[in-house]
Design a protein around this ligand. Structure first.
Ligand SMILES: [Zn+2]
Length: 430
C-alpha cells in the first residue's frame, strides 16, 4: 500500500518536473542574435508568412467620411495619411488578410435598416476590390487568401460585427454567407435578438436567446464562424458550448490585465475557448490592454465633464469643441506599447497554449488609443520582434499570424460541407 502511494507520488513529481522542464528549458532559437538581426528576422517573417487580422474597421471609417466609389475617393484605401489601414502600409507591415468589419451600430436595432446598412458596407468592400483588382480581392476561404498571397494581392475577407442585420429571419444567415460574410459577432454594444452584450446591463436573455441558439446552429450549417467578442460571459459560454465547430474572439484581449473591463476574456473563458479548439485574437486598443490606462482615461473624462459643466456646455455642443480640443492637448491620452500586446499573447500561451491565440487589432476602430509601436498596419513586425525576443520560434510566429485562425476557418468550412452532403444524402434517401 505504502509502496503504491510512494510510486504514485514519484510519478506525479517526475511528471511535474517534465512539464516544468518543457516550459523553462525550451531553447530560445534566437540566442546570440543581435537586436538588429532580430528586427530583420521579424520583418522577414512578417512577409514570409500570411498575417491575418480578425478585425479592421476600414468600412465603417470610410462610411463616416461619406466615402463613395468615385475617382475622388478611390485612392484612399491605397495610400493615405488618414486612418490605420491602407494598401501601402499593409504591404510594409506584411498584412495579407485583414477581416473587414461590417460594423452595425446597435442604434440600428431601434431605427431599423440594419440589413440595408450591412449590405451597403459589403458593397463598399466589394467595390474597393473591383476598383483595384491588382491590389485587393475578397476572400471567401483560407485557400483564397493563400492564392492571393502568392500573387501579392491583399485579401479582404469579411466579418459582420453585430448579428442585428439577421433580424428575426433565420434565412438571413445564409443570405449573408452568400454575400461573403465569414464570421458574425453575435452582438455589439447592446443586447439584440440573438444574445446579451458585455456592454449592456439589461441581460435580456441571460446569455443566448432561443432564436440565438438557432442562429448559432445555422451559422455552423452554412459555414460562418461564430465570433464571441462583445458578448456577455453567459452568452460566451452558451455559444461556445453549443457551436459544433470552434469559435473565435475576433478582437478581444485578456481580462487579467483589465479586471474591471468585462468586454475582455477572463482566464476561465480563454481556457474553455481553447478546450473547444477556438482562438482569441488580441485587440491592440490601449484601453483593452492595461487597467491603469483605463483608470486614467476615466479620470480624465470626469475632469473634462466638470470643466464643461462649469462653462455650461455639453459634450456634443459645437461650442464645446475648442474646449475639448484644448483639454486633449494638455492631457495626452496614455498609450500602452507593443510589449503589452506581446504580454497578452504570452498570457494566452501560458494558460491555453500556442494554438489558441491570434491578432485582432481593431485598427480603424479604436481611435487614437493604439499602442506605441503598433500605430497602424505597417507595424506588425514590431510585435513579431517582441515575440522573437521572448523566444517564440518561427512556427510559433506562423501560428499567431495565421495558422490558428485558418484552422478554425477551415473547420467551419469542412463542417458546412459535411452538413450539405448530409442534407443531400437524406433528400435522396427520401
Ligand atoms: Zn468591436
Amino acid at each position: 500500500m505504502i509502496r503504491n502511494i510512494i510510486l504514485v507520488l514519484l510519478t506525479i513529481i517526475s511528471f511535474q518536473a517534465a512539464v516544468a522542464q518543457e516550459v523553462s528549458t525550451k531553447p530560445n532559437p534566437w540566442t546570440g542574435k543581435s537586436d538588429a538581426e532580430l528586427r530583420k528576422i521579424a520583418d522577414e517573417l512578417a512577409h514570409k508568412y500570411i498575417i491575418t487580422d480578425g478585425h479592421v474597421d476600414l468600412p465603417y471609417r470610410l462610411e463616416t467620411k461619406n466615402f463613395r466609389l468615385t475617382k475622388e475617393f478611390i485612392g484612399i484605401p491605397v495610400e493615405t495619411t488618414e486612418g490605420d489601414f491602407d494598401y501601402v502600409r499593409a504591404k510594409k507591415g506584411g498584412l495579407d488578410a485583414p477581416f473587414m468589419s461590417i460594423y452595425i451600430p446597435s442604434s440600428y436595432q431601434e431605427t431599423g435598416g440594419a440589413k440595408e446598412f450591412a449590405d451597403s458596407l459589403i458593397d463598399m468592400v466589394r467595390g474597393i476590390a473591383d476598383a483595384h483588382p491588382d491590389k485587393f480581392k475578397i476572400a471567401f476561404r483560407s485557400s483564397d487568401v493563400e492564392a492571393n498571397f502568392k500573387k501579392g494581392i491583399i485579401s479582404l475577407p469579411m466579418g459582420m460585427e453585430n448579428g442585428a442585420p439577421i433580424g428575426d429571419s433565420i434565412q438571413n444567415v445564409e443570405y449573408f454567407y452568400k454575400r461573403g460574410i465569414r464570421y458574425i459577432t453575435l452582438t455589439h454594444g447592446k443586447d439584440n435578438l440573438i444574445c446579451d452584450s458585455s456592454y449592456d446591463t439589461t441581460r435580456t436573455w441571460n446569455g443566448l436567446s432561443p432564436f440565438g441558439r438557432e442562429v448559432v446552429r445555422e451559422m455552423n450549417r452554412v459555414g460562418i464562424m461564430v465570433d464571441i467578442s462583445h458578448v456577455s460571459d453567459s452568452a460566451f459560454y452558451q455559444a461556445v458550448a453549443l457551436s459544433a465547430v470552434p469559435c473565435i474572439a475576433s478582437h478581444s484581449s485578456v481580462r487579467a490585465f483589465t479586471p474591471t473591463f468585462i468586454r475582455n476574456m477572463n482566464d476561465d473563458m480563454i481556457k474553455f475557448l481553447a478546450k473547444k479548439k477556438g482562438v482569441i485574437q488580441i485587440n491592440f486598443g490601449s484601453s483593452f490592454l492595461d487597467q491603469k490606462i483605463r483608470d486614467n482615461q476615466d479620470q480624465k473624462r470626469e475632469e473634462l465633464r466638470e470643466l464643461l459643466d462649469k462653462k455650461g456646455l455639453k459634450m456634443n455642443d459645437d461650442a464645446a469643441k475648442p474646449v475639448i480640443e484644448d483639454f486633449r492637448k494638455k492631457n495626452p491620452t496614455l498609450y500602452a506599447d507593443v510589449e503589452k500586446v506581446a504580454d497578452h499573447i504570452d498570457h494566452v500561451v501560458k494558460i491555453a497554449g500556442i494554438d489558441h491565440v491570434g491578432l485582432g487589432s481593431d485598427f480603424d476602430g479604436v481611435g487614437d488609443s493604439l499602442p506605441t509601436g503598433l500605430k497602424d498596419v505597417s507595424q506588425y513586425p514590431n510585435l513579431i520582434y517582441s515575440l522573437l525576443k521572448r523566444g517564440y520560434s518561427e512556427e510559433d510566429i506562423a501560428k499567431v499570424c495565421y495558422k490558428n485562425v485558418f484552422r478554425v476557418w477551415d473547420r467551419a468550412d469542412k463542417y458546412a460541407k459535411q452538413a450539405k452532403d448530409r442534407a443531400k444524402r437524406s433528400a435522396q434517401g427520401n
